[in-house]
Design a protein. Structure first.
Length: 539
């Protein structure tokens, strides 16, 4: 579908959406029209006095319908569509980035986006926020922040070309009006859903809002297919318009999109999430994705000409203060994907990558070790036959080797219950959802409901046991063998011995947990220089 064809298709479906709006208005005016006709007929003598009752009844219905329609229209008009949580980028702090966007718009012969904002995700789009300015301003260009740090300037320009080209069709009056109508309906449905959950005074108002929501749903269903086809036409027209801009770089840029997404996902799930769970948020996630992707490229050889590519100017240089912007985006990422507070605090502090091993990795290990020995102490009662000792690797090894499988399972169950309790308290979701609901449909909601990371399968009791035993061994290696907590950009927390990552600890720990065989783990500790009889330091 070419540029002209795409625009024609988009406009055609936009008109269909507007016809649905017009049809709804005509339906609301139909009783009033009938009342006017009856009144005119009675005044001109075309109907007899016997029609007076009919006229009064129709007039009453018309007044009721018009009042209801006015109420529905008011709800739809006052409802404010949700705005994607983003970090605004002012032109004064990113002149080069704004110049790149303006240059693209001029080459594409389309309106310049009204502003630029960043999102902590691997995506870019145009977002109409004219309902906030009460005007018909050009849409805001939202850019995925990992793209700015990972991509080179030329790659970013090629990636943004079809996105910026979308401001052309967006400026068409019919398309803009159709989009405003659909967004208003969607916002009205959200307001009605909120009203459905609210209890208390104001029943008449809630009933009107719910009726408006039902009406909005009916109109949304009627225009859904046309709205979808309109957006396809807009996308096709924008893509066709952008064909002549940096066409040679388009394929390379798309390859980097896939690579950025892979690295971003690993960084969030393996590195950021462990920190978020203990109340710390990495303040340089976008810089971290560069390190993660560099490691991924070196390890799997995913990027051809990798070294020469890094010599080109990174797109984050288009920002005057990349570090400040990265910190703001990193805080928003923590709120979106985990549900953290909107501002730093004593229990929600930023952490730099240099401090991550000590402040996150070491703390996680010692917290797990403390949890394991706490529940082990609860099981070690007189007459139990368990080894009575301090928080040493030797104690847990002898306990697992000498205890039966009911007892091992009991310890695993205790650990699972404790982790579940702590996990249920780790998110600020309730505090965030409340203001989001309170401001729904008014544009005043400042809260952000966490979107959540990809779901992972729940860990079994044995897996939790293995995790906690490994933490004890890591603490012992740090305390008695000169090892150090470290960070693997792709896999998260790591144990470093002589500066190299230790990757062979899981096997010996599994043999101890699953078979009660502590010999492989003792041999591993002897090779590293770990003293199993020395108590580890707990939090």
């Amino acid at each position: 579908m070419g540029r002209q064809a795409g625009t024609r298709s988009a406009r055609s479906h936009a008109l269909s959406v507007l016809r649905i709006r017009g049809g709804a208005l005509a339906l609301a005016l139909l009783p009033a029209a009938a009342a006017v006709i009856l009144l005119a007929a009675e005044a001109t003598g075309r109907v007899g006095a016997g029609w007076a009752g009919v006229r009064l009844a129709v007039s009453a219905v018309a007044v009721l319908v018009l009042a209801t329609a006015a109420g529905v229209a008011a709800v739809i008009a006052r409802s404010r569509p949700a705005v994607s949580p983003t970090v605004p980028v002012e032109e004064s702090s990113a002149r080069d980035l704004y110049e790149l966007v303006r240059d693209l718009a001029e080459r594409l012969e389309v309106p310049v986006p009204s502003a630029v904002a960043l999102t902590p995700d691997c995506d870019s789009w145009l977002e109409d926020r004219s309902h906030r300015t009460r005007g018909r301003a050009a849409p805001v260009l939202v850019i995925g922040s990992p793209f700015l740090w990972w991509m080179r300037v030329a790659e970013l320009r090629a990636l943004l070309a079809p996105v910026v080209a979308g401001t052309g069709p967006s400026a068409h009056p019919d398309i803009a009006a159709a989009r405003r109508f659909v967004r208003g309906l969607d916002a009205a449905v959200a307001v009605a859903d909120k009203a459905q959950a609210v209890r208390g005074p104001g029943r008449a108002k809630r009933a009107l809002v719910r009726f408006a929501g039902g009406s909005a749903r009916l109109m949304l269903r009627a225009c859904a297919s046309h709205a979808a086809e309109m957006e396809r036409g807009v996308a096709a027209a924008a893509a066709a318009r952008a064909q002549g801009v940096d066409h040679a770089l388009r394929t390379a840029a798309q390859e980097q999109v896939g690579l950025a997404y892979a690295g971003w996902d690993r960084l969030l799930t393996r590195v950021a999430l462990p920190a978020w769970r203990i109340g710390r948020w990495p303040a340089r996630l976008d810089a971290g994705v560069v390190s993660a992707l560099t490691e991924l490229s070196h390890r799997d050889r995913l990027a051809e000409g990798f070294t020469s590519r890094l010599g080109e100017r990174p797109a984050c240089d288009l920002l005057d203060e990349p570090g400040t912007v990265d910190e703001a985006v990193s805080l928003l990422a923590a709120r979106l994907f985990h549900g953290g507070p909107p501002e730093p605090g004593p229990d929600w502090a930023p952490v730099d990558w240099q401090a991550y091993p000590e402040e996150v990795v070491d703390r996680i290990w010692r917290t797990r070790a403390a949890r394991l020995f706490t529940h082990l102490d609860a099981l070690d009662r007189p007459g139990s036959g368990a080894v009575d000792g301090g928080a040493t690797p030797a104690r847990i090894m002898e306990w697992l080797a000498g205890s039966g499988e009911a007892r091992t399972e009991e310890l695993a169950a205790r650990l699972g219950a404790a982790v579940a309790r702590e996990t249920s308290r780790e998110s600020w979701e309730d505090a965030l959802v409340a203001p989001l609901i309170a401001g729904a449909g008014t544009g005043g909601g400042a809260g952000v409901s966490p979107m959540g990371l990809p779901l992972q399968a729940p860990r079994s009791g044995r897996e939790l046991m293995t995790e906690h035993v490994a933490a004890v061994i890591c603490c012992a290696a740090v305390d008695s063998a000169g090892a150090a907590p470290g960070l693997d950009w792709l896999d998260g927390p790591a144990l470093l011995v002589d500066g190299a990552r230790v990757a062979d600890l899981t096997g010996p720990v599994l043999e101890l947990v699953e078979d009660g065989d502590g010999r492989p783990l003792r041999e591993w500790m002897a090779a590293i220089g770990v003293r199993p009889d020395k108590p580890v330091r707990l939090v």
